[in-house]
Design a protein around this ligand. Sequence first.
Ligand SMILES: [Zn+2]
Length: 75
Amino acid sequence: MSKPIVKCPTCEKQQEWDSSNQFRPFCSERCKQIDLGAWANEEYQIPESKSASDYSSAETEEHVDRDGAIPPTTH
Ligand SMILES: [Zn+2]
């Protein structure tokens, strides 16, 4: 009952103010991204597969590089 009602600046949906909502005063991440202009730049619509392949190739590179770069340790 004590939670104030706030209006999302993007979609104007009324919602309870929730301090655990990291997107406040927006109702959702989507509305926050719209407000930031990410939708217009299509930055927010990059498929996950791209970052996944980036990650795996970077990981492979790092692994190979590490194998060649680290000198053998002597006991
Ligand atoms: Zn909204």
